[in-house]
Design a protein around this ligand. Sequence first.
Ligand code: ADP
Ligand code: MG
Length: 803
Amino acid sequence: MVNCTLCGLATAHPLYDDEGTPFCCPACLQVSELLAEGNGETAEETAVSPPTHSQSTTLSLGGLWCTSCSWLVQETLQRTPGVEQVNISFNQREAHITYNPDKLKPHELTRRIRRLGYHAWLPGENPHNEEEAFLTRLLISGVLAMHVMVISIMLYWREWTGRASADTQWLADFFQIMLLAAALPVVLILGIPILRAGLAGLLRLKPNTHTLIAIGAFSAFGLSVRNLLLGNGRVYFDTAAMLLFLVAIGHWLELRAQKASSETIEKLWQHLPLEATWITPEGEKRVPVEEIPKGARIRVRPGERFPVDGVIATGMGDVDESWLTGEAKPVSRRSGERVLAGTVNLDGSFEVVTTAVGHETVMGQIGKLLHQALWQRAPIERLADRLAAFMVPTAVLIALATFIYWSTHENPETGLIYALSVLLIACPCALGIATPLTLWVGLGQAAQAGVILRQTGVLEKLAQTGAVFFDKTGTLTKRPIRLQTFLTAPGISPEQFWQYVAAVEYHSEHPLAEAIVDYMPRPDMLLTAKNFQAMPGRGVTATVDNKVIFVGNRGLMSEAGLYLPLALEETANTWHTQGLTTIYVGWEGQVRGLMGLGETAREETAETLQQLQAMGLHVAILTGDDIAAGKRWAETFNIPVFAQQTPQEKVAHIQAETTPTLMVGDGVNDGLALAAANVGLVVPHGTDIAQAAAEAILLTDDLRTIPWLIRLAQKAMHIVHQNLGWAFVYNLVGIGLAITGHLQPVLAALAMVISSSIVTSNALRLRRFKPDFRPTEPESAKKVGGETAVLSPHIIHSDFGVS
Ligand code: ADP
Ligand code: MG
C-alpha cells in the first residue's frame, strides 16, 4: 500500500507522474499538475499586498449620510498614527484599512470613528441593522412632526379666519411652546446627523446638499426660537420639522434602494456552503470550508452544493450550474471533469479533489470583481457630482440675492423665508442619488444575466457602442470543436505525426489545440516539447525530438519556408470546399500532414448578429482563419468578415472604426484586440476569470446576452439622462417660483422629497430589465453544454490516461 501524495489516502494501485510521485487516482494526478502549473496566487494579488509587517482590516461603517461623511472618516483615519492606507466605500459602507499593528490596535480605529459620531464595527462584530435603527428614528420623528403640523395648521387657521385677538393670545403662545417642544426632538434626532454631514462638506470646502438642508432647517428653527422669546413674529417650527422629516424619508428610501441593488449582486455569491466533508486517511469529517487545503479529497452528496472548485475523482451525475452560466438545464458530470463551488449536485454522489478554495474559486473571483466594481466611480457619476458641486454654491448665491432683495423691499423675515424656499428647491439631492443608483442596478442586472462588468463605467461605454467586432474560433463557434479527419505525407506514420502534433499542441490554450489534444489516441505517450512558442493568429511551434515543428495555418507554413507537396495541397483545397478548418503541420522544410476540423457556428450566432444589426450597429467578424473560411462565414451570416488577420491587423481594424467599438473575443489570444476596443468582452475558457484582460466577462453560454447587454446599458444611460433632465427642469421652475415668493418653505421641502423619490424609482425601473430570450433548442444546448462547459480548460478531459 502507498499513500497518495495529494490527498493522503492509501491505495494498492497507485498512478505515478513523470517524477515517479504516487497518486491514488487520475483526478489527484491531474490536480497536482494543475496546481504545479498555476501555483495559486495571481500576480495582481502579490503586487498589491502590503509589506508583511502591516495588517489590514475591513470595518463596517454606520451613520454615513453622504460622501462627505466618508471623506471625513477617511481624513480622520489617515491622520491617525500607525495607519498606512485607508480606502472607504460609501456604497458598501465599508473601510479598508492597512495599519501597523505595533502602533495601533483595531479597536482604536473604531473608537476614532465613533468619536466623530459615526458607527464602526470590526470584522466579526455584528453591525446593527442601520436601516432598522434609522426607521425607528424616522417613526419617532414622524409622530412628532405630525403634531407640529396639526398645531401649526390650527394656528394658521386662527389667523386666516380672523380669530387672532388679544384675548386668545395666551393660547397661541402656549401652542407655540408646544410646537417648540415637539420640534426640538426632531431637530436633535434627525437634524444633528444632517448638520454633521453638512459641516463635513464645508470642512472639505465642498458644501453639499446637506449643508443646504442644515442651513435651511436650523435657520428656520433659530428664527422661530428668537421670535418666540421676543414674543413677536411668526414661528416656522413646521418648516424645520417637516423639512428634516421629509429629507429623512428620502434618505431612508435611498438606504433601501442601495440595499436592494447590492442585494442583487450579493445573492450571486451567497451560494457557497460553509462546511465540507473532508475524506482523510482517518475517516470523514465535517470542517469549515476555509480549512480545506488544495488537493484535499471531499465528499459531496446528492442535493448538496459543491463547496470548492475541483476535479471529480469518482461519481457521476447531473449538476445544476445555472447560477454561473444562466443555463437552466442540468449538465452531466463524471470523473475527470471539473466542478465549481456553488453549483448544485442534483443526483450524484461525488468524491472531488480540491483545486481551489474560497476567494480563489471561480465564484470567489466573481465576487471579488463585483465588489471592486462597486468601489469604482463611473465618469457619469463624477459628472453628476460636478453638477451638484456647482449647484450648491449657486443655490446659496441665489438665496442670498433673494434675501437681500426681499429684505429691502419687504422685511428681513420675509427675505429669510423666501431665501429658505430657494435653498430647498435648488438642493440637488436627486442628482446625487440617482446616477450611482441606476448604474449599480445595471451592474447587478448584468451579473444576474451572466455578465460581469468590472466597473459601472463600462455601462456608460457600452451604451455608446456603434460597432461590434467578433472573433470567430472559440467565440462564435461551438465548443468543443471536433477533429474530423487527418492526412499524413507519404513516409510519415500516423503515430509519429500524432506524437509531434500532440506534444506541441498540449501547451497551447487555443480552442483548436484543445480539439487536437482531445483527439490524440494515447495521451500517455506524450513527448516533451521545448521552446514552445505561440504565434497568435497563425499557429504554434516547438522543438520535439530535436525537430522544430510548426502547426498552424497556411500562412505560417510559407512564413516558416515549408514546402507544400501537391497531394497535400489538393486535399486541403477539397477540405476547404467542404467547410473544414484546415491545420497544417510541418518540420524540416516540408509540410508533413494536415488536420481537418469541423467548426460549427453556435445556434444563437445568427440571431445574435441579426439583433445587433437590427439595433443599427456595425457588425463584423475578425478572424485569423483563412480566406476560404472567411468567405463561407460571410455568406452564411451575411456580414463582413475579415479573414487571415494577425492580432495586429485586428487591432488596426478596431482603431480605424470611428464609432466606439465593442470587441468580443476569447481569452488569451485576443488580448490585444480586446484591449484596443472601447469595451472588450471576453468569453473565458480557463477558470481564471480574473485574469482575462477585458472589462466585461461573459459567463453565460448564450451570445444573445450581448445585444441584451447593450440594450441594458442604453436603457441605464437613458434613465440617467432622464433624471438629470428632470432635475434641471424641476430646479428651473422651482427656483423661479421661490425667488418670487410663490413657494412656502414647507412646500419647497415637500417638492424636494417628491423629486428625489421620482428619480429613485425611475432608477429602480431598471431592475425589471431582464433577458427576454428563450434558451436555444434543448437538444443543441445539450451538445454544447454536455461535454465541455464554458469554463472547462482544455487540459481536463474525461479520458485522461485511465486504462
Ligand atoms: P480566430 O480569429 O478565428 O479566433 P485565431 O486568430 O485564434 O482565429 O487563429 C487563426 C488561425 O491560426 C487558426 O485558424 C489556425 O489556423 C491557426 N492557429 C492559431 N492557433 C493555433 C494552434 N494552437 N494550433 C493550430 N493552429 C492554430
Ligand atoms: Mg479565437
